[in-house]
Design a binder for this molecule. Sequence first.
Ligand code: ADP
Length: 620
Amino acid sequence: MMIRLSENAGMAVLVLGLAAVLLALGVLQYRSSLQVSEATSEQMQASLRGSLMDMRMALERELTLICRDLQVRDTDSDMEIMTQLGGRVEQWRRAASHPELVSSVFVWQADAGHHQGLQLDPASGDFEKSNLPAQFEPLRQQLLQMSEFPSPPRGMLKPSFAPGSPAAIPPPQDSEFWMIDENIPALVHRVVKPGAAHPRHKAPAVTWIIVELNLQVLSQQILPELSQRYFGGKGGLVYQVAVLRGDAQPSVLYASGPGFANDAGTTPDASLTLFGPPMPMGGGLALAPPAGGRAGTGFRPMRSANGIGRLEPLRNSNDGDWKVVARHREGSVEAAVAGMRRRNLALNFGILLVLAVTMGLIVVASLRARKLAQLQMDFVANVSHELRTPLTGILSAAQNIADGVVDSPHQFTRYGSAIAGQAQQLSDLVEQILLFSATQKDRHRYNFETLPVSRLVDKAVSSLAATIHSSGFVVEKQIAPDLPQVRVDAKAFAQSLQNLIANAVKYGGEARWIGISASLETSSPQPEVAITVADRGIGVAASELSHIFEPFYRSPSVTSAQIHGSGLGLPLAKSMVRAMGGRLTAKSSPGNGSAFTIHLPPAGGIAEDSLATVTAKSDS
Ligand code: ADP
């Protein structure tokens, strides 16, 4: 008993320990998922910033290729400029991946006055007089002012430093200096003519090269390619990308999807200007300073990859800033990370749950195994006891005969029948064990016959008549007339009923009464023939009722009262009744007796007259 208690305590401690470990794992899992998602969010944002910067640099590379190829040497001769340009534009077109990107090239000088410039005729490669298009007017005004200064004065270009920053680095003056008008859009370059001084400021005269860019090629070819290259993933774009112009009411130059075009400016994960200092625009993440300069403190990268000074956005396109905005396709980086975290948590908690359930099952299984082992030990003890009692009887009878104690024929008859009775008891016990083993392995064969219940009951009672009478029991039978027959295996049914009657004798107490009744029950959904064996004996406690049908189970009260048994009678009866399509139920009240009922389906349904009889009885 002490060992069992300490074993149970050990098991309880183990279960509690494992539950605590699982709980701790769950908490750790939850906490680490928080940290992991914070790190993932930072990592995703950093990589998003990197991709935006890459896209910006790739666009700049594409445009500065034009600048590089259309670069002309400073010269006093406009003629020379045009000759150089004509050939270079042609050369660039042949090598360019998007030859349609340049839609027209103008050469314009401020002192020529008016709007007139020279436009390149792509067919002949010659320049012809042409008015600058109307949308060039703001640009023309600005170039007019800029022509008066030896270098582009401050304020002509967009500041390349954050507002409030003390140090602004003036733009370069060299001849590789290219600007971009983001409104047209157009690339603008100044060719200084050192020989020809400006009439008013004595500054060298300048000629402007204006390369008008094809907005359609940019928005329908180059920007989609770049966004695919830098934001693409296996299942399409990981980020929704758009390029906007203007800050207050931005116009959408390109959007990766129609849905994003409408609200691209409102809630992006990150944004970046495409020209000028790399600043985040509106909402979104601040950019880390790129290599080569410090964002917000006068950043000015000196040269692009093409050896051309970086494109400087012109002041006149101040409110036409180009910016690229990106938002994660799941709504935002935070939403994507939260979704990932939810999925990870669900997976991890699912695994923990499976672990907990498995642990629970193992504990239950081990408890069951221990209980079964205990029951089997009890069974061995019981059976040994059951075997020993008749064996002792046989042995002592045989000893008496051998010792010559028995001499009269009458005594011989008595000893003979005592030995036969004990041997029968032994044989019944062995038979019961073998039968139980066969039913458990589904090896028992049933031969079904349709038989009247009264005959089956009589047979079972008469086979136990000797036991019943020797124990002084009275049997009261009540078999309803016109009871439908049942389809059973006669031997199995007899065995089941005998087990119930034998129990009534063993546990029937001082009342020494056994009631056997059979009737048709129509209260359940399917009518049943109910055969009940009742006694007025010790009864079974409610807590034990569910256990008495388990193999080897014996109530502690009957073992302590030294009532013989194997714990196999009820399980055997139950499995045989079930095999015959019926069920075995029990009702009991401790001290008042028990009633065990075999419920069987009537053979071939119920005859109308049987039902009528039952109905008539219940009416009366
Ligand atoms: P056994 O009678 O050999 O112990 P059973 O399987 O027939 O085995 O019964 C299991 C247990 O059910 C018994 O040990 C006893 O505690 C209880 N039991 C069975 N029948 C009765 C009954 N008629 N009255 C009281 N208890 C019963």
